[in-house]
Design a protein around this ligand. Structure first.
Ligand SMILES: Nc1ncnc2c1ncn2[C@@H]1O[C@H](COP(=O)(O)OP(=O)(O)OP(=O)(O)O)[C@@H](O)[C@H]1O
Ligand SMILES: [Mg+2]
Length: 269
């Protein structure tokens, strides 16, 4: 799969603007002077070593973490503004690791994504049922929609939490390592789905991954983060692992030199 080029004028519609963002956690600078613009229809891969601030950046964009300096605007407004409600979806890191004792079916989980202040008490809302059906279909879980989430495989659970995000009808979807625990087939079909969402359903995607090979196949823009943004540009110009190694001591985990096992940007199969 090659990253497909988004060549329409959606890319001129700004969605996110991060300006000079600095975030401190537990007294340490985690993000420093981050500047980032995202436009409608983009599929961006966000990579970087463990602890480099990827999840922190997503949480700052969502408005969950406060910045010490700088600002975040989504659709021209600060996060949590009225106009951004329902327009941003988030699949958190390890979101699919639901506790085993939580008994909930795929359909119920996805239906949670449609909850809002207006429809809370009307389970039969037709629009809502349609959105749930569509989201389950998009991720290909129709066959197991009434199965308990705890009985699914890791890849299926991941799809279920993505369906929940899709059911919100969010336009801008942030995914934090959604490929973890997926086999090659599940991973490829998820990447294909995300690519389709971008191209056919006008979604904008910012996705964190440690699977460099997989993300490079799909994202058309890559960001390499390590406290600061070290690379932000087209995927085809993204430095290869050798150059990254020069930058940061990074090697593929499956590479010949096992002494680099501690590194975190991995080459997929
Ligand atoms: N709740 C927290 N309180 C204080 N510091 C935190 C907290 N969560 C993360 N940090 C620190 O912030 C830094 C960035 O963490 P973050 O989770 O954003 O990294 P990451 O790039 O997402 O890493 P990973 O690839 O392991 O998910 C790390 O040094 C981490 O120790
Ligand atoms: Mg993280």
């Amino acid at each position: 799969m090659q990253p497909s080029v988004v060549n329409d004028n959606r890319l001129n519609v700004p969605i996110l603007s991060v300006d000079n963002l600095t975030v401190i956690r537990s007294g340490n600078i985690v993000l420093k002077d981050i500047n980032l613009k995202v436009c409608k229809g983009e599929f961006i891969g966000l990579v970087g070593p463990n602890g480099s601030g990827k999840s922190t950046l997503l949480l700052s964009i969502l408005g969950v973490l406060r910045a010490q300096k700088g600002s975040v605007e989504i659709y021209g407004q600060p996060p949590f503004s009225r106009s951004t409600i329902g327009r941003i979806g988030w699949v958190s890191q390890a979101a699919s690791n639901l506790p085993r004792d939580v008994r909930i079916t795929v359909r119920e989980l996805v239906r949670l994504g449609t909850l809002n202040g207006k429809n809370m008490f009307s389970w039969s809302d037709k629009g809502r049922v349609k959105r749930v059906n569509e989201a389950i279909k998009m991720v290909g879980l129709e066959d197991v929609e009434n199965v308990d989430v705890s009985r699914l495989s890791g890849g299926q659970r991941q799809r279920a939490v993505i369906a929940r995000a899709l059911a919100t009808e969010a336009e801008f979807i942030l995914l934090d390592e959604p490929l973890v625990g997926m086999d090659r087939e599940a991973r490829n079909s998820l990447l294909k789905l995300l690519d389709q969402l971008c191209h056919d359903s006008d979604k904008t995607i910012l996705m964190v991954s440690h699977d460099l090979t997989a993300i490079r196949q799909t994202a058309h823009r890559m960001i390499f983060l390590e406290e600061m943004i070290r690379y932000d540009g087209p995927t085809e110009n993204f430095p290869d692992l050798e150059s990254l190694a020069g930058l940061r001591g990074i090697r593929p985990v499956h590479g010949e030199d096992q002494s680099y096992k501690h590194t975190h940007l991995v080459e997929g199969e």
